[in-house]
Design a protein around this ligand. Sequence first.
Ligand code: TQI
Ligand code: CA
Ligand code: ZN
Ligand code: ZN
Length: 161
Amino acid sequence: LTSRFGVSQAWTKKNLTYHIGAITPKLTEEQVGDTIRNALDIWGAAANLTFTRVSKKEDADIVIFFASGAHEGDTISFDGRGSTLGHAFYPPNGDLHFDMDENWILGKGRGMTDLFSVALHELGHSMGLAHSTVFDAVMYPTYRIGKQLHQDDINAINKLY
Ligand code: TQI
Ligand code: CA
Ligand code: ZN
Ligand code: ZN
């Protein structure tokens, strides 16, 4: 798939590093760190990938941060509350940005956005996955809370790694 996020491809290594920069004030460092870790481990378990958190962004394959509007790293601005929740780039970039202007939460809440659901989908893009046409797949382009990896997601990631 070709898009402004690049061309879908795979990492050429199975041990990846990630860095978490600025985060939303609505969650704690620990909540964000644990959520990203959990989402990474789900993809990692499906495809035998490992992830190591690093403190310097220069050392990271995948740089993750929250930002509002125009931000460093790309020319795709966020759009305030609603609409775009985050975006991630295919390998060999892999970076993942969340829109700081969303009402981030863990789980369900009125007008709130579940970080885990968005992170799991976006990290699929960071691993090289494009959108799926299977409704229940994590990579199907509809935000829903509580999605789990579908056989379609597992097949897609195992095709790459
Ligand atoms: N962000 C879009 C997305 O992740 C950005 C995007 C569009 C994209 N096309 C892409 C990224 C192709 C990589 C490759 O799909 S979003 C969902 C959805 C978004 C969307 O903020 O609209 C989720 C974020 F579509 F699945 F609901 C999280 Cl889960
Ligand atoms: Ca937004
Ligand atoms: Zn960005
Ligand atoms: Zn997507």
